[in-house]
Design a protein around this ligand. Structure first.
Ligand code: B12
Length: 213
């Protein structure tokens, strides 16, 4: 772990966090190791928020720092031979209704993209009917639902129920993830699997399709 990077993010020092990331990438640090440091730092930010040491502005700033770091890391992950996008297995991804957290979702999205999938990202606070409409039009093999709030568990369940009611459940595999989502939430929501991080999302998508890289 790069403790300096973790501390810079956790202490809201955006300039240092970006500089440390640039320096680390320049000396060949694994981009995934940087993302893992980011997750560790966000844990600290979340804990400080819970203790009342940080407030919403800090959460927003932490989100901005994460996005800045992601932008530096992403080009290094997308290098290499890419498949023709038309042949890629399709994934429809979004943060469920009522939830606007998108940092984890975006990481999942770009890891799937790099992993050889064609990702349709519906954004955040995605209404249930939008998931249903997009599954109908895009015809993905995989649906990925992200959520970081406890109330998102209900949105996940309602989204899966609506997909079933629309007669589309048999056509898709559904994975969920984000925050405290676990196997229990997966069973409650009626999804097929939960993934703890973006690597798990890629592994599941590969398992469910013969595609990917
Ligand atoms: C940054 C942040 C925000 C930012 C979000 C900015 C953004 N653009 O996303 C802002 C300020 C907007 C925000 C708002 C709120 N937040 Co907030 N937020 C956070 C914080 C600090 C970090 C979340 C994050 O981005 N982590 C970084 C990513 C990279 O995390 P990660 O988990 O490692 O991501 C991986 C996995 O989750 C997984 N994954 C993610 N999605 C998916 C999907 C699939 C399919 C799979 C397989 C895997 C997967 O892959 C990711 C990459 O490896 C967390 C604390 C925490 N520790 O999580 C609180 C936290 C999630 N927020 C919380 C709260 C309470 C709120 C607010 C309600 C605060 C308020 N009073 O207004 C609002 C809610 C707004 C809303 N309607 O959504 C609580 C949730 C508590 C709960 N159980 O419901 C937390 C846990 C903080 C806390 N400890 O109290 N927040």
């Amino acid at each position: 772990m790069n403790q300096k990077l973790v501390d810079a993010i956790a202490d809201m020092d955006e300039e240092s966090a970006l500089q440390i990331t640039k320096d680390a990438l320049a000396v060949g640090t694994e981009p995934l190791a940087i993302l893992s440091d980011c997750s560790a730092a966000m844990e600290i930010v979340g804990a400080r928020f819970e203790k009342g040491q940080y407030f919403i502005p800090e959460l927003i700033l932490a989100g901005e720092i994460m996005k800045g770091i992601s932008a530096l890391v992403k080009p290094l992950l997308t290098g290499g031979e890419m498949q023709d996008t038309r042949q890629r297995p399709k994934v429809v991804l979004g943060t469920v209704k009522g939830d606007i957290h998108d940092i984890g979702k975006d990481i999942v999205g770009f890891m799937l993209d790099v992993g050889g999938f064609s990702v349709t990202d519906l954004g955040v606070d995605v209404p249930i009917e939008v998931f249903v409409e997009k599954i109908r039009s895009v015809q993905p093999t995989v649906v990925a639902l992200s959520g970081f709030l406890t109330l998102s568990y209900t949105s996940m369940k309602e989204t899966v129920d609506a997909i079933t009611a629309a007669g589309l459940r048999a056509n898709v595999k559904i994975m969920i993830g984000g925050g405290t989502v676990d196997q229990q939430v997966c069973e409650y929501a009626g999804a097929d699997a939960f993934g703890k991080d973006a690597m798990a999302a890629v592994a599941l998508a590969r398992q469910w399709t013969s595609g990917g890289k």
